[in-house]
Design a protein around this ligand. Structure first.
Ligand SMILES: Cc1cc2nc3c(=O)[nH]c(=O)nc-3n(C[C@H](O)[C@H](O)[C@H](O)COP(=O)(O)O)c2cc1C
Length: 341
């Protein structure tokens, strides 16, 4: 199935250090489809970065948001989490951690900013944007994409009217994007998930998770995907403004260092294991986004101090496959070799 005249090689939206205009623009200008992970950005920043992307390229790009999800504030659990962070704060010379003043950006304001930025695609993860919102976005000319980690989620998203679904397999770096059942429940690998979603849905499916070179792209196409969404491999391209400690940790990690952890955010995410993931393994945590906001000062200070043990080193299982991708355009070209027109 065609992807609305967009190229088949997409850069996954990556909130955090990789939310960069230069990177998104380089992917789109390089023949792929760049996406901005805007989940942690204030609405005004979304508009600014989108303008910056547009100043760099006239090619289309996408913007991605986390769907709002209900969560119960639990200050007792949060205080226990802060007590665990305290020793690491001391190691980095930071003041003791405190309860965050804010936990997340206002979703409706972020969405308004995304609309004002006029990307070609608005994509969502960790939820179902719902029939009314999808219809309103489509009426304004946007292509709307949802993220599924199991077939049931794909069906819900299709019923809401999305134009395409990203099938996010277990291999994928970053947060699990699912929303039905327990986050650690649906851990279906890309190889198994993509063809099941392709069979179940009438809309295009993009494959995500563990795709890092032309072989993965060819495999995804063979499974019926209409395109691929690649995250981790783009973290190492020249234009990605990754902190040196994060980059060095990615370059040193092996396949066996990949772990699924709640330790940084309260929600399962895949990254390279470090002291935080090891020492908080099995520890009960407050729900996302409380730990995510509470650990931010530690993560940011660690990135500045070059201390990878306290950074959330999000990356997928295929990380070691492509450690020297070159520029974004070179990576797009290398991945494109696996796609048959
Ligand atoms: C650093 C990082 C940040 C991510 N942030 C987001 C995000 O903001 N929104 C989203 O939909 N997916 C996010 N993801 C997941 C990607 O969309 C995608 O599913 C994943 O990168 C694909 O697997 P791969 O990393 O093996 O290529 C992130 C992934 C990484 C590695």
């Amino acid at each position: 199935m065609s992807l609305f005249n967009l190229p088949p090689i997409w850069m996954a939206p990556m909130a955090g250090e990789a939310s960069s205009a230069a990177l998104v623009a380089a992917v789109s200008a390089g023949g792929g489809f760049g996406q901005l992970g805007a989940a942690y950005l204030a609405p005004a920043r979304i508009v600014e970065i989108a303008a910056d992307i547009r100043a760099r390229t006239d090619q289309p790009f996408g913007i991605n948001l986390f769907c709002p999800q209900p969560w119960l504030r639990d200050d007792t659990a949060l205080d226990a989490y802060l007590a665990r962070l305290a020793a690491w704060h001391t190691e980095l010379g930071l003041p003791a951690p405190t309860r965050p003043e804010r936990y997340e950006e206002d979703f409706d304001a972020q969405l308004e900013a995304a609309i004002a930025a006029r990307p070609a695609v608005i994509s969502f993860v960790m939820g179902d944007p719902g029939v009314a919102r999808v219809a309103a976005l489509k009426a304004q000319g946007f292509k709307v994409i949802g993220t599924a980690t199991q077939v049931g989620e794909g069906r819900v998203l299709q019923a809401s009217g999305v134009d395409a679904v990203v099938a996010q397999g277990y291999e994928a770096g970053g947060h699990r994007g699912g929303f039905l059942g327990r986050a650690e429940g649906a851990l279906i690998g890309t190889m198994a998930l993509v063809p099941q979603l392709v069979d179940a849905l009438d809309i295009p499916v993009l494959a995500a998770g563990g795709i890092a070179d032309a072989r993965g792209v060819a495999a995804a196409q063979a499974l019926g995907a209409s395109g691929v969404t690649v995250g981790t491999a783009f973290l190492l391209v020249d234009e990605c403004p990754l902190s040196p400690a994060y980059r060095a940790a990615l370059l040193a990690a092996t396949d066996a260092d990949s772990t699924l952890t709640q330790a940084f955010s309260g929600r399962f995410a895949r990254g390279v294991a470090n002291r935080v993931t090891r020492e908080l393994e099995g520890v009960a945590l407050p729900a996302f986004p409380q730990p995510n906001a509470a650990s931010r000062p530690l993560r940011q200070a660690a990135a500045k101090a070059g201390q990878a043990d306290f950074i959330s080193l999000w990356a997928g299982q295929a990380l070691p496959l492509n450690r020297a991708p070159g520029t974004a355009a070179q990576l797009v070209a290398a991945l494109s070799k696996g796609w048959r027109a």
